[in-house]
Design a protein around this ligand. Structure first.
Ligand code: HAM
Length: 428
């Protein structure tokens, strides 16, 4: 919007998150942090923008995201940066820069920026929760990372989630597979969808990923990656699948799953929610990237991780249940109504907040009636009423805002015993 417009809106494809919805975000992030710590991951915070080369080299400059969707800009010193389109490349850049002891396990919560066509569940700024584990190729860490996501989705009450899994092999077995796939596609490219009739030879893996009928038809008659893995990659994949089975995590083998970034090797996976519309039903995805640290200038170091979109998690939750996610309580305990001029309220809320009680108050010296309306709307459990009478007697009236019985809803407490009385009522 230009400066001459009198009212601004959030940019297209972005959204504001305000209360009470933001309470659900807090629930998700706090629950994820809890899981991440339980699995041995610590929080990593990296800049929201990086040298554009981090992403071009990391996710691949020919990937759709790097080619068409990145927010690239030159700063005033003419350095070319990109807003982070995803979390992994930045985390691996930080790993290469700081060389922490391995295995290194980091979790993050971050906005990600992609210039996409906005629609339900697809934004230009979305937010991801994720983990990355670097420094081991042990299939046990693949199992651990996938299980963390699976159990987290369970913990936030999602029921329609399926885990799709594949192995992309490493450079050599994938190169051999690609030449067989190329050969298959070259036999009659006119059978492919309009886009891939022209673009198939550039990156044949994208044809496997294509959701259009003609491409699905041609590729379903062609070679599939898991049948062309070398012995090492086949054994690695078998160990990952066996590990998941032993933990009761159900994985569906999907040989078409190739994912959109160039850094993936071996294990790749996606979590889809059947409660969401097909085009935007991926609520998380990830995989192994054993060459990425080297591509960003570090020593050869295996790694694996996943990212999950907060917006899509909440859309799934809303599609599956009419109860909002409420894993941490963010409602007020107490609302102070003070008709004596406001000083009592100032002291009371300070005392209660210091004692750990969540409380708020009315401002602007409004009437009792109008303050009570605000108290009712606030969602607080108790109102504390202080009028001239209470001031004289050194007492405060406590009213239970959730009770319909006026007699029982009200009681007096002496000012000196107030904090203890409130604490007692709140535990009931
Ligand atoms: P990704 O599949 O591009 O992977 O994104 C991860 C998740 O972010 C998706 O499954 C989806 O839930 C959400 N997401 C992606 N784009 C959008 C969008 N435009 N609007 C709303 N939500 C979106 C990655 O970003 C990799 N870094 C994952 C990873 C971590 N691989 C290894 N480690």
């Amino acid at each position: 919007m230009s400066d001459t417009n009198s009212s601004f809106q959030a940019p297209i494809g972005t959204h504001d998150v305000l209360g009470p919805e933001s309470g659900q975000w807090e629930s998700l992030i706090a629950t994820f942090a809890d899981f991440a710590y339980r699995y041995g991951f610590s929080l990593a915070i990296t800049p929201m923008f990086e040298d554009v080369g981090v992403f071009n080299r990391g996710i691949g400059e020919h990937s759709e995201v790097a080619k068409k969707e990145m927010y690239v800009f030159a700063d005033r010193g003419e350095r070319v940066y990109a807003l982070r389109p995803e979390g992994t490349a930045s985390i691996v850049r930080a790993f290469v820069q700081h060389q922490p002891a391995t295995p290194w396990k980091a979790w993050y919560v971050t906005p990600a920026f992609r210039y996409e066509r906005p629609q339900a569940g697809r934004y230009r700024q979305h937010h991801q929760l994720g983990v990355e584990a670097l420094g081991t190729e042990d299939p046990a860490i693949d199992v651990e990372v996938i299980t963390l996501a699976w159990r987290f989705f369970e913990a936030i009450g999602l029921r329609s989630v399926r885990l799709l899994i594949n192995s992309m092999g490493h450079d050599e077995c994938r190169a051999a597979y690609l030449s067989i796939l190329r050969h298959h596609l070259a036999s009659d490219p006119s059978l492919l969808c309009d886009e891939h009739q022209k673009a198939w030879s550039h990156n044949p893996l994208r044809v496997l990923d294509c959701k259009k009928e003609p491409c699905i038809d041609v590729t379903s008659r062609g070679p599939m990656l898991p049948d062309h893995l070398c012995d090492d990659c086949r054994e690695h994949f078998a160990a990952v699948l066996a590990g998941l089975t032993s933990l009761g995590v159900e994985a569906e083998l999907n040989p078409r799953l190739v994912r959109g970034f160039d850094y993936y090797t071996r294990t790749t996976f996606e979590f889809v929610a059947d409660a969401l519309d097909g085009a935007q039903n991926a609520i998380g995805g990830g995989g192994r990237y054993d060459k990425l640290a080297e591509q960003l200038g570090g020593k050869p170091t295996g790694g694996i991780g996943f990212g999950s979109g907060i917006e899509r998690l909440l859309l799934t939750r809303a599609a599956e249940s009419d109860q909002p996610l409420d894993l941490i309580n963010r409602t007020l305990d107490v609302f102070v109504v003070d008709t004596t001029g406001g000083d009592v309220a100032t002291v009371l809320v300070d005392e209660l907040r210091s004692a750990g009680v969540a409380c708020d108050r009315a401002y602007d010296q409004r009437s009792m009636k109008s303050q009570m309306k605000v108290a009712d709307k606030s969602g607080a459990r108790l109102a504390l009423l202080v009028g001239p009478q209470e001031l004289l007697s050194g007492e405060v009236t406590i009213r239970d805002l959730r009770s319909d019985n006026f007699e029982q809803a009200q009681q007096k407490a002496s000012r000196d015993d107030l904090v203890a009385a409130i604490a007692n009522l709140l535990t009931k």
